[in-house]
Design a protein around this ligand. Structure first.
Ligand SMILES: NC(=O)c1ccc[n+]([C@@H]2O[C@H](COP(=O)([O-])OP(=O)(O)OC[C@H]3O[C@@H](n4cnc5c(N)ncnc54)[C@H](OP(=O)(O)O)[C@@H]3O)[C@@H](O)[C@H]2O)c1
Length: 261
């Protein structure tokens, strides 16, 4: 997909970095963010080498005012990808209060802090060549479809943004803005590097980025891959809750906490 003006949060690592590199090309303007500048600068250099104009900013997605200022001042935006997210789990035996709050603040409030100013900005801009004012992709997860006891806040945060995105698209498309809920399976990134349990159909971030952008370009409301993991999640998710918790309770715990605050 070759959108001209693209904004991506969490672009310094993993899927966000792969999305930035995949979008980069001559005539493309990229607005990239993360909290930590050094890794982001490396991704920006790769994108500039592919011919893109790149603007970077160090901003925390949890900072509502800073996000509104950055997104509102970015100029025309054809595609905004709310990608920044963190994981946490029950590796210590339970999910800590700190982890539960941090996951919701980043994965839910952080997505709203990205998508809401993007919607406001897009509503004021004229339609582009594709007839749309803009597209917003929210990176949820296949984890949205099953309440996994090993990562309670993570699964719930992804379910929240997947449902919000799909429902909000119904009204936004009437004014020329499309929303896409992107639900990847396991992707080989720093987030999954500490997982010491089997990750079926694990894929490289470059492939996940291509599948994400192809799904958005095809106009799919829910972009979900790989389909075999999705089918498994839907099956397990359809079990009575007690059976589901018993079955998934046999899985090894996901390590708690994330490297970043
Ligand atoms: N890996 C998977 O298997 C998988 C599967 C499904 C969905 N996802 C989702 O894909 C997205 C990217 O994950 P990933 O696997 O690529 O993880 P990652 O390699 O850990 O990258 C996370 C990115 O988000 C940024 N970030 C984290 N907290 C932030 C904050 N408060 N403010 C601004 N930026 C922040 C990080 O940069 P800084 O630390 O410098 O801020 C980094 O650029 C997440 O939403 C994740 O839930 C991942």
């Amino acid at each position: 997909m070759q959108a001209a003006n693209v904004l991506i949060t969490g672009a310094s690592s993993g899927l966000g970095a792969a999305l930035a590199r995949e979008c980069a090309g001559p005539g493309v303007v990229l607005h990239l963010s993360a909290r930590e500048a050094s890794r982001l600068n490396g991704v920006a250099a790769d994108c500039r080498a592919k011919g893109a104009t790149v603007h970077t900013v160090g901003v925390d997605v949890r900072d509502e005012a800073a996000m509104a200022g950055w997104i509102g001042g970015a100029g025309r935006l054809d595609l905004v990808i709310a990608n920044a997210g963190i994981g946490a789990g029950t590796g210590d035996g339970w999910e800590s209060a700190e982890d539960a709050r941090r996951v919701f603040e980043t994965n839910v409030t952080g997505v709203l802090n990205t998508a809401l100013p993007a919607i406001a900005a897009m509503a004021e801009q004229p339609p582009g060549a594709d007839g749309l004012r803009g597209r917003i992709a929210v990176i949820a997860s296949v984890a949205a479809f099953v309440a996994a006891p090993s990562a309670p806040a993570y699964g719930a945060s992804k379910a929240a943004v997947q449902r919000w995105t799909e429902a909000r698209d119904a009204t936004e498309r009437k004014r020329g803005i499309r929303l896409h809920a992107v639900c990847p399976g396991f992707v080989h990134t720093p987030m999954t590097a500490s997982n010491d349990f089997p990750m079926p159909f694990l894929m490289e971030p470059e492939r996940a980025a291509r599948l994400t952008l192809a799904g958005i370009a095809a106009g799919r409301l829910r972009v979900v891959y790989p389909w075999r993991l999705y089918a498994m999640a839907r099956l397990v998710g359809a079990l009575p809750p007690g059976w589901r918790n018993w079955l998934l309770g046999m899985a090894p715990p996901k390590r708690s906490g994330t490297p970043s605050a």
